[in-house]
Write a protein that binds this ligand. Structure first.
Ligand code: EPS
Length: 375
């Protein structure tokens, strides 16, 4: 467990969600309009459904803020839900019981676990609505990092059949430019031509009652050398990033740098050779800025792969939780894809891990102490 602990609670249609972060220093600016902007971006990202038009994602601080800066206490955010109906809803607005579990969802396993024949109680906990709480706090983590000069952005690097051209992030990427581009796009895309293809793919999936998964790439730069740990194993920064990002509903894989395809290249092609100028500069960044569980001074680059949403407009085969008879999975209100929204969610959780790593190495009680140590 790191220095900065982060917890969320709440259900999809309960009275609301909450996020709490412990261990943040005093003095981080709390800009409510910036948090609201992050939340609105997640909510209005392309591919989401009608629920997003219902929710306003208002938020209030329960503790941790005084005069628009953190005060060093637990930072607690409450997000009231507008839809407090208590359960999943059909597309015509009437509550249904979830008797037929959705393949790919927690419905089945959770119902067996808790001994229920209506998976609503499971779906309420397993809903990706909770990611609104991740992002509310993520905006604060990202702001902390920016105060220390560490910039970040996240973009959709794959959406169903659409595969934007891969870019190489090494040296000193023009972070501000990429951040503004990705943030301005409802698809979290870096290229208008990709947006058109993504819009088409989402439209086609919706038409046939299908859903889409994909991949988000997050980049941090500049990053100081030596964040993280070699041991204990769970404090290797690789493990911390993978653990946090795998904690997002629907995530199936976390790839550090080019670790997926690159692992099958010979070492002479994969490893990032030094330029040899006495700095941390390398000729490539296949490692994604992480070697031996530590940052190496190159941009940290991580890809997060998410499966398609399990709630399909054209439902899949299922069986009753009551008597096992075959039938179609429940058809409830849902999104076509959450991949563009995932860009904000991934950046939020990755920013938490980076915040924690910085606090571990340079930590203090006040922002200015950390700033001077980092300098
Ligand atoms: C979700 C289903 C939909 C989404 C919801 C996540 O909600 P509902 O069942 O009320 O239609 O809109 O996401 C959010 C509300 C959100 O803010 O992200 C699910 O089953 O995971």
């Amino acid at each position: 467990m790191g220095r900065v602990r982060f917890h969320v609670a709440g259900e999809s249609h309960s009275s609301g969600l909450m996020a709490v972060a412990y261990g943040l220093p005093a003095g981080i600016p709390i800009d409510r309009s910036e948090i609201a902007r992050w939340m609105a971006a997640r909510r209005s990202a392309a591919g989401r459904g009608v629920r997003q038009e219902l929710e306003a994602d208002h938020f209030e601080f329960l503790s941790g803020v005084r005069d628009n800066v953190t005060n060093g206490g637990p930072l607690a955010i409450f997000l009231p839900n507008k839809d407090r109906s208590g359960g999943s809803v059909t597309s015509n607005g009437k509550p249904v019981s979830l008797e037929f579990p959705r393949p790919g969802h927690a419905d089945y396993s959770g119902s067996i676990k808790w001994g229920v024949t209506d998976a609503t109680v499971v779906a309420e906990q397993a809903s990706a609505r909770i990611t609104a709480a991740y992002v509310a706090m993520g905006a604060v983590f990202a702001r902390f990092l920016r105060e220390l000069g560490v910039d970040s952005f996240a973009h959709v690097s794959r959406l169903g059949p659409v595969r934007p051209r891969r870019r190489r992030w090494m040296g000193q990427p023009r972070m501000k430019q990429w951040r503004l581009l990705s943030e301005a796009s409802r698809f979290a895309s870096l290229r208008p031509a990709d947006e058109e293809a993504m819009a088409r793919a989402i439209g086609e999936a919706k038409e046939i009652g299908d859903t889409l998964g994909g991949e988000v790439e997050v980049v941090f730069s500049p990053v100081p050398v030596g964040l993280g740990s070699i041991q204990p194993m769970d404090e290797r920064l690789d493990a911390r990033f993978a653990g946090a990002l795998m904690g997002i509903p629907g995530v199936r894989a976390v790839v550090l740098g080019d670790g997926l395809d690159g692992a099958f290249l010979p070492g002479s092609s994969f490893h990032d050779q030094f330029v040899g100028d006495g700095t941390s500069a390398r000729r490539s960044n296949h490692a994604g800025g992480l070697e031996g569980g530590l940052t190496n001074g190159q941009p940290v680059v991580i890809r997060t792969v998410v499966k398609p949403i399990p709630t399909l407009g054209a439902p899949l085969s299922s069986q009753s939780l009551k008597d096992g008879r075959p039938g179609k999975a429940e058809r409830v209100r849902a999104d076509v894809t959450a991949v563009p929204a995932l860009a904000w969610i991934v950046r939020s959780l990755a920013a938490w891990v980076m915040t924690d790593a910085i606090m571990q190495r340079y930590g203090g009680d006040r922002l200015e102490e950390i700033e001077s140590r980092l300098r």
